[in-house]
Design a protein around this ligand. Structure first.
Ligand SMILES: [Zn+2]
Length: 266
């Protein structure tokens, strides 16, 4: 932590957030959808709260953003950051193609658990369409291509922010995105899961099959990079920092993505 201490705004936030209250989160998302004129799809799981998808473009839409959070339930800043960003960016959502999965593991969020109610790590299951939520996500994005897919996460072991960047050769944005938020939380230095990072960016243009074998299953970003997205980013904030700052970092990361989308649309 930095030494400046806690601001008033931060103190108010920490005293009033309801970051594991999934019904409250989903209610606010329905408000976002109403204001932005977005379509809402939902999946009613047997043992869990409704899972939502918000979108504003038809099937086969080209070049938009894919944003998701909360596939790991013990990573609340990702869910809160995506929600806060959306509430602050209704005009962007009205004018740019985007699909949002606000919280893919609501049971996990309520129970502060990484896995789902059956203990599965859903972020290693994107090659298992027999799992209901995986089949549902894959169905919703069928035929879509995205300029950027971003999956928002947190890491209990990290000392700073970092990003996994799956990208085509010659295309990169991870470095520039981290630059916009490293004053809130510094970049992670050194290795992540035994792999080298460069200034907090872990970049791959190929070799995904080997990664999938090493980590024991297909992650969301891997599926997106293989089938739907030119670039697939997994952004991580370190869990030991203040929730307030972690949320700010996710908001800033998303602002950076929105800037890239705006520039591409010009
Ligand atoms: Zn995660």
């Amino acid at each position: 932590m930095r030494s400046e201490g806690v601001t008033r705004e931060e103190r108010v936030y920490m005293a009033s957030h309801r970051c594991h209250d999934v019904d409250f989160v989903m209610k606010r998302w329905r408000g976002v959808a109403r204001k932005a004129g977005m379509r809402v799809d939902d999946l009613d799981g047997a043992n869990q709260s409704t899972i939502l998808a918000l979108s504003n473009s038809g099937e086969g839409s080209d070049g938009g953003l894919y944003l998701s959070a909360g596939i790991h339930g013990d990573e609340p800043a990702a869910v809160q950051g995506l929600l806060q960003w959306a509430e602050e960016n209704i005009p962007f959502l009205q004018n740019h193609p985007v699909i949002i999965f606000p919280c893919l593991n609501p049971w996990g969020l309520v129970n502060n658990m990484r896995g789902d109610e059956q203990g599965r790590d859903l972020n290693r299951c994107f090659d298992q369409p027999e799992i209901e939520v995986i089949a549902w996500v894959r169905h919703i994005i069928e035929g879509c291509t995205f300029k950027i897919a971003a999956c928002l996460h947190e890491d209990f072991d990290a000392k700073g922010v970092y990003v996994y960047e799956l990208a085509r050769r010659g295309e990169n944005m991870g470095e520039a995105l981290l630059k916009k938020l490293e004053r809130t939380i510094p970049r992670h230095r050194g290795r992540v899961d035994g792999r080298d990072s460069r200034n907090g960016v872990m970049r791959r243009t190929r070799g995904l099959k080997q990664i999938v074998e090493e980590i024991g299953g297909m992650p969301e970003a891997g599926h997106l990079f293989l089938h739907h997205a030119r670039t697939a980013l997994t952004f991580e904030t370190p869990s030991e920092y203040s929730l307030y700052r972690r949320v700010q970092c996710h908001v800033r990361f998303l602002n950076g993505l929105a800037d890239i989308a705006r520039r591409a649309a010009e």
